[in-house]
Design a protein around this ligand. Structure first.
Ligand SMILES: NC(=O)c1ccc[n+]([C@@H]2O[C@H](COP(=O)([O-])OP(=O)(O)OC[C@H]3O[C@@H](n4cnc5c(N)ncnc54)[C@H](OP(=O)(O)O)[C@@H]3O)[C@@H](O)[C@H]2O)c1
Length: 293
């Protein structure tokens, strides 16, 4: 099984490279190997690769920066995946892409299912939704929407909060934003585990299409951070709840965007772990591994 992956240095990209070891042959392309703003480079990378499946983990992920860089966000998050899906379709290759809970407005009283209307409230969310639409037109395409991804790799909410709690005396954490954390290492393992099924499956297989992938249970940003920080004996910050409004970030965030994973469970038989168990394990490993990223 040979996988071509767009993205090498990112959080999920790194987790997939670790998960792939001794299971599949994975070629991971960095920005210098293939810039996603260059459509012909994307086409060439896929056409030149001798692979069975293409996976896109790369994206313009800076939610606030996207507000003033919409052209770049749309180029990387919408146009580039569209080119990938089109080229994969021409080669008869399955294509796996990642999207986000930020396609929703966050005005919900229950977890979102795949068929709910997507109404993004920031540029990042709009660019990612445009990406979903550009790829789902093509056969043998999978889009996994994930949310609040954490892992031992890259800079993510868990490692960032652990570091701030060591560096600062006081730490204000948003308590009025709710969602479902996603264990990036479980995601990577699922992607590698399922790759051979996607490789063999025909276009009408239930394993293609749009899915929500997240841990079980909903929480707030505050509880999410606290679950990690409380595992670190070196944490010294006083933790205080605050509101999203008090942060006054350039991009608005959906106030509540939990993802319902019923479809994932039904189609793949995958049972997500409760989020707290996964966060505590990740925090313990990060704390044990020495300096925080
Ligand atoms: N992290 C989350 O909480 C979260 C939540 C929901 C959805 N997602 C989705 O999950 C996926 C993976 O996210 P992540 O957390 O792994 O993101 P990440 O750590 O920010 O990694 C993004 C990767 O994309 C690459 N990239 C950006 N622009 C590029 C370009 N023009 N050409 C080539 N590569 C480019 C970056 O390369 P450089 O290192 O060179 O910049 C980086 O390796 C994305 O689709 C994201 O939208 C993430």
């Amino acid at each position: 099984m040979r996988v071509l992956q767009f993205g090498r240095t990112g959080q999920v990209a790194t987790a997939v490279q670790v998960a792939a070891q001794e299971r599949v042959t994975l070629t991971a392309l960095s920005r210098s190997d293939c810039d996603l703003e260059d459509a012909s480079a994307i086409r060439r990378a896929i056409l030149d690769a001798n692979c069975d499946l293409v996976l896109n983990t790369a994206a313009f992920t800076q939610v606030d920066a996207a507000e003033s860089a919409a052209d770049q966000a749309f180029a990387v998050n919408a146009v580039a995946p569209g080119v990938m899906a089109e080229t994969c379709a021409a080669r008869g290759l399955p294509f796996v892409h990642l999207s986000t809970d930020a396609v929703f407005d966050g005005l919900t009283d229950r977890a979102y299912v795949e068929t709910d209307d997507a109404r993004p409230i920031n540029v990042y969310g709009r660019s990612k939704l445009a990406g979903e639409r550009a790829v789902l037109d093509h056969p043998r395409t999978v889009v996994l929407r994930v949310s609040w991804v954490f892992s031992r790799y890259g800079r993510n909410y868990v490692s960032f909060m652990l570091r701030l709690a060591r560096e600062r005396e006081a730490l204000k954490i948003v308590a009025d934003q709710f969602g479902t954390p996603t264990d990036g290492e479980a995601l990577a393992d699922f992607l590698i585990e399922t790759a051979s099924h996607w490789r063999a499956a025909p276009a009408d297989d239930a394993a293609f299409g749009l899915f929500h992938f997240a841990n079980a249970g909903e929480t707030s940003r505050y509880e999410f951070a606290w679950a990690a920080i409380s595992r670190d004996p070196h944490a010294r910050a006083r933790i205080e709840p605050t509101t999203q409004a008090a942060f006054a970030e350039p991009a608005p965030r959906p106030p509540r965007s939990p993802l319902d994973t019923t479809k994932l469970r039904a189609v793949f038989g995958f049972h997500p772990e409760p989020w707290r168990d996964a966060v505590e394990r990740t925090a313990d490993r990060l704390v044990a591994s020495g300096p925080l990223p």
